[in-house]
Write a protein that binds this ligand. Structure first.
Ligand code: ATP
Ligand code: MG
Length: 628
């Protein structure tokens, strides 16, 4: 067999994308083959139009005739160290039973089901059961409180909610059922609430409640899958709300699964012997795509961890990876920065030699953090795949593809588009910019994992993604291609500061702060300034044990002047204990910006920790006083 380089594969893919993606789709199980690979009625794409399939068959039934049947599908581990393992057969049986239970409650093709559950195997079971019936799932992250849940249920008009008597987070009980009960008076579409016993929490039973265990007890172990059109909505998922109010992203079935199947193979080079540890919460897209659908389609063993990365100790990912022999770790820069803050001794006390590949997603990774990941965790043996994508893209769009070819790594670069994805960096007019020039990342033609639309809002879909540049998808991220063609993500396109006529990406500045030995995390925001346009305000989290002093402040400013230039010198530097983050772990820059410029604070339902914003505000107010 001749081995082709990534460049050759990518070139061939773009020369005839329909043929290329059609070949990838053949890796799925279809009930009826598609008539056309792509039906493109801009900006609406119908992938594999005319095809019929079912997502749960592709994840489960397909393995029932092979030796994958009795292999571990999911190894679940809790914060307190309990484990559970489900084989593919057990998962298959469980999904069938729960699908029948939902069917008994009247759920059918086209209905929406909201899933508000802790990170337990029953969460993917509920998703796959919906898929089996052709119902569209809408998973709501279990850290959300009542208003966020109400908004999402009402937007989707869900018929059923699947929840639990509780979950655990940092040793504390999270009373999910109570949140659901509170939501019921303002969610008229809901007919039934299925409640899983998970936390041993005494919950109040209401007229709409059905116990999970009772519902499946009566259910038969086989449920005939509903064959759906390739473009049938598999799920709705709300974005994390970093830049504004969360958007209800709607994904189809055939295109989405094709994109996942292919990218998982290319990026992670999934092998039957792998133990894949993705640390994302299923409440976010990474969990949907690369914890539920992609690994199961490939018949992989995966680890599902239910808990915080730092409770009871800041070692959970390493402990879990060691205990279950993870071969691939896929995590976020924010988790890595947290671990890095605690030093090398903790990861070094674990045997991480089973790891062969490391991945990151969610934010640009600072080169400093990349090096730490490479050296301390991967012991310079494991390649790193920095994967850029979004809820909207469904699957990975830019990344090294270790399953195709090894390209030299560059710390902090997401490298190249995956084959079949036509990405470019353009200027304000939509013209491709010269290498080394910052611009906007765009995608120039549809890809199979592309969102169908925003749920119930085609206009907003057009406006948000397809109106900025004629005929191109606009993700809203700032990027550059270097002279070797490598792509570098430079943060959100609206996260650019204009200081005295210079455009500075927030990401670039933050990486410079983090490269100082005493700084663990950094966020910068602009404050309108009469002379300079914008002044840079920095919020910094020092590493463990570092004193927050004026001397350190001076040192940090000097460091920025040296590394980025005098133009980047911050007007104000505040030391804080933590940064306000969305529940998916991203810094909520729009909030910092509001604080820095004294504006009103907008929608904060996706904020992880209300205390963090108070803390940042307080630090800011106090320092302001002392400065005057
Ligand atoms: P909202 O759209 O509501 O503001 P969000 O964009 O944070 O929320 P997601 O879809 O979860 O919601 O995140 C996608 C975004 O995350 C990308 O647009 C990009 O800004 C960032 N991102 C993801 N992966 C990477 C990466 N590898 N490098 C740089 N940025 C990344
Ligand atoms: Mg986004």
């Amino acid at each position: 067999m001749t081995v082709r380089t990534l460049e050759q594969v990518a070139k061939e893919a773009l020369a005839d994308p329909d043929r290329f993606w059609g070949r990838q789709a053949e890796n799925l199980v279809w009930h009826r083959k598609w008539d056309r690979v792509l039906d493109w009625n801009p900006p609406f794409a119908r992938w594999f139009a005319g095809g019929l399939l079912n997502a749960s068959i592709n994840c489960l039934d397909r393995h029932m005739g092979s030796d994958t049947k009795n292999k571990a599908a999911m190894i679940w581990e809790s914060e307190s160290g309990e484990s559970r393992t489900l084989t593919y057969f057990q998962l298959y049986r469980y999904v069938n039973k729960f699908a029948n239970a939902l069917k008994d409650l009247g759920v059918k093709k086209g209905d929406r089901v909201t899933i508000y559950m802790p990170m337990v195997p029953e969460l993917p079971v509920a998703m796959l059961a919906c898929a089996r019936l052709g119902a569209t799932h809408s998973v709501v992250f279990s850290g959300f409180s009542s208003q966020a849940l109400v908004d999402r249920i009402n937007d989707a008009k869900s018929k059923v909610i699947v929840t639990a008597d509780g979950g655990f987070r940092k040793g504390r009980l999270v009373d999910l059922k109570k949140v659901v009960d509170e939501s019921l008076s303002s969610t008229p579409s809901v007919e039934h609430v299925v409640v899983l016993k998970r936390a041993g929490n005494a919950v109040k039973s209401g007229p709409k409640d059905v116990w999970w265990h009772e519902a499946i007890e009566r259910a038969s172990a086989y449920c005939e899958p509903e064959m759906v059109e390739s473009t049938h909505p598999l799920f709705i998922l709300y974005t994390s709300g970093t830049t504004g109010k969360p958007k209800g992203v709607m994904h189809g079935t055939g295109g989405y699964l094709t994109h996942l199947y292919a990218t998982a193979k290319w990026v992670f080079d999934f092998k039957k012997t792998d133990v894949f540890f993705c640390t994302a919460d299923i409440g976010w897209v990474t969990g949907h795509s690369y914890m539920v659908y992609a690994p199961l389609m490939h018949g992989l063993t995966e680890i599902m961890y239910d808990g915080a990365p730092d409770h009871p100790a800041p070692d959970r990912h390493w402990a879990v990876a060691e205990k279950h022999g993870a071969t691939i770790l896929y995590t976020t820069p924010t988790a890595l920065r947290m671990y890095m803050k605690y030093g090398d001794a903790i990861p070094n006390s674990f045997d991480l030699s089973s790891l062969r590949l490391l991945g990151t997603v969610g934010e640009p990774i600072n080169p400093e953090v990349w090096m730490w990941y490479f050296k301390t965790i991967g012991k310079e043996r494991c390649p790193i795949v920095d994967t850029w994508w979004q809820t909207e893209t469904g699957g990975i769009m830019l990344s090294a593809c270790t399953g195709i070819d090894f390209v030299p790594m560059k710390p902090g670069s997401a490298t190249f588009p995956v084959p079949g994805v036509d990405a470019a960096v353009v200027d304000e007019e939509g013209k491709t910019v010269a290498p080394g020039t910052k611009g906007y990342l765009v995608v120039k033609r549809p890809w199979p994992g592309m969102l169908l639309s925003l749920w119930g809002d085609d206009e907003k879909y057009k406006k948000t993604y397809w109106s900025r540049f004629e005929g191109m998808y606009y993700p809203g991220d700032y990027a550059l291609a270097d002279s070797d063609g490598y792509l570098w993500l430079l943060g959100r396109a609206d996260d650019v500061l204009k200081v005295a006529g210079h455009r500075l990406g927030t990401m670039e500045l933050e990486s410079a702060f983090v490269s100082h030995r005493a700084i663990a995390e950094a966020a910068v925001a602009g404050r309108p300034d009469a002379t300079k346009g914008e002044a840079i305000i920095a919020f910094l989290v020092p590493k463990e044990g570092v004193e927050k002093s004026d001397a350190l402040r001076k040192e940090v400013v000097e460091h920025i002047r040296k590394t980025v230039g005098p133009i980047a010198s911050p007007d104000e530097v505040y030391f804080v204990g933590k940064l306000p983050k969305t529940r998916s772990g991203k810094i909520m820059r729009r909030l910092l910006k509001s604080i820095a410029s004294g504006d009103r604070i907008g929608d904060i339902t996706t904020l992880e920790d209300g205390a963090a914003i108070d803390e940042v505000k307080q630090a800011y107010d106090e320092l302001k006083k002392t400065l005057r």
